[in-house]
Design a protein around this ligand. Structure first.
Ligand code: ACO
Length: 333
């Protein structure tokens, strides 16, 4: 059995910034409410015709990650994209990325696991590397949640943003890398967050916006409580599995859904917020893309050093959740 390690990270978000003040012109809301209840100040929104499809963002982020990893696209065996907002019903976003970056030797496919898509994809790639069927993989989270936002529903549209994040995985030659991944699902609660048919027309302010014929429907209040419970439970399980305590963790990189959910998680697992990476104020909730974007930013900001123990933890539609423990081995400085 081989261990999988992260040898490159990358991320890309669309150019257009939609601030809370912009949103005040679209729905009955305020910067004060959004900031206080969610921690979000602004989000990135993809524009039609701007080369900002989910696969464009993913391909761009992939090239940055491959450059860091010093891996050429034709060395890749596997490309997996976690997404709930693929550009097309088919083919997979992963195949469109494969085509755009000329990764001709890879197998490519998407998986759908709500906001947990990235950790589910990571787990599949990790297992492929463990059994030796793959040596180098791209694991991607890529979303255009703006295309499924109901821009008339203030309780959901203020939360969502677009972007893509990527890691390059390779076989480790030592004991560093992904130490464990724990996943969970509960289909009984699917109605707390799902896609509903009939997305109404987008507002004028988003003139270059491309919507899908369905929109995201959510029971935020109930989901909030489920999110805190499952995030804390799976994080605890992951730490116990590795005989680690909270003080062993250098950095937690959680799914960025709501700053209050992240704070409640940190409190439940006794990790101070200084050890929790957040960028929700800049991007909102980018679903599958949120962890790899945050991980890339933490990495490029020099917050991760070889030997550091990192906890990745997520929760999303499905319901789905997951946690990965990583002993970091990448030194980009
Ligand atoms: N601006 C102003 N007021 C608002 C807004 C808004 N944008 N949205 C809701 N309100 C109002 C409501 O109408 C309500 O008013 P009322 O008291 O007069 O009825 C009041 O604010 C409180 O509403 P709540 O829904 O109770 O607010 P809450 O504090 O729960 O925050 C939120 C809502 C932010 C959605 C929160 O519940 C949340 O973050 N839930 C979890 C989301 C999540 O984890 N999603 C999972 C991952 S996402 C994914 O998988 C894509």
């Amino acid at each position: 059995m081989f261990r999988a390690r992260i040898i490159g990270t990358g991320s890309t978000t669309p150019k257009r910034i939609l601030t809370n003040v912009d949103l005040e012109k679209i729905v009955d809301t305020s910067d004060e409410w959004i900031t206080r209840r969610t921690g979000i100040k602004e989000r990135r929104i993809a524009q039609k015709g701007a080369g900002e499809n989910a696969f464009d963002l993913a391909a761009d982020a992939s090239l940055k990650a491959l450059e860091m990893a010093k891996v050429s696209p034709d060395e890749l065996d596997l490309i997996i994209v976690g997404t709930i907002t693929p550009d097309r019903q088919f083919p997979a976003v992963a195949c469109l990325v494969q085509n755009k970056i000329n990764a001709d030797n890879a197998n490519a496919f998407d998986i759908s696991a709500g906001c947990s898509g990235f950790l589910y994809a990571l787990s599949i790639a990790e297992n492929a590397i463990a059994v030796g069927s793959c040596k180098k993989a791209l694991v991607i989270g890529a979303e255009r949640l703006s295309s499924v936002a109901n821009w008339q529903d203030r309780s959901t549209c203020v939360l969502l943003g677009d972007g893509a994040g990527v890691v390059v995985l390779s076989q480790a030659d030592d004991d560093n890398g992904i130490l464990s991944t724990h996943l969970g699902s509960d289909g009984r609660c699917w109605e707390l967050l799902y896609s509903e048919e009939g997305n109404p027309d987008p507002p004028k302010i988003l003139d270059a916006f491309e919507g899908k014929p369905y929109y995201l429907a959510m029971e935020g209040n109930k989901l909030f409580k489920k999110a805190v419970r499952h995030l804390a439970d799976v994080a605890t399980k992951a730490l116990e599995h590795n005989n680690l305590s909270a003080s062993d963790i250098k950095l937690v990189v959680p799914h960025q859904a709501n700053i209050r959910i992240i704070q409640a998680l940190a409190e439940k697992i006794s990790i101070p917020m200084e050890k929790v990476y957040t960028n929700i104020h800049k991007y909102g909730n980018t679903s599958s893309a949120s962890i790899p974007i945050a991980l890339d930013e933490a990495n490029r900001e020099g917050l991760l050093k070889p030997g550091d123990i990192i906890l990745l933890v997520t929760f999303g539609a499905g319901l789905t959740w997951g946690a990965s423990v990583v002993r970091w081995s990448l030194d980009i400085f």
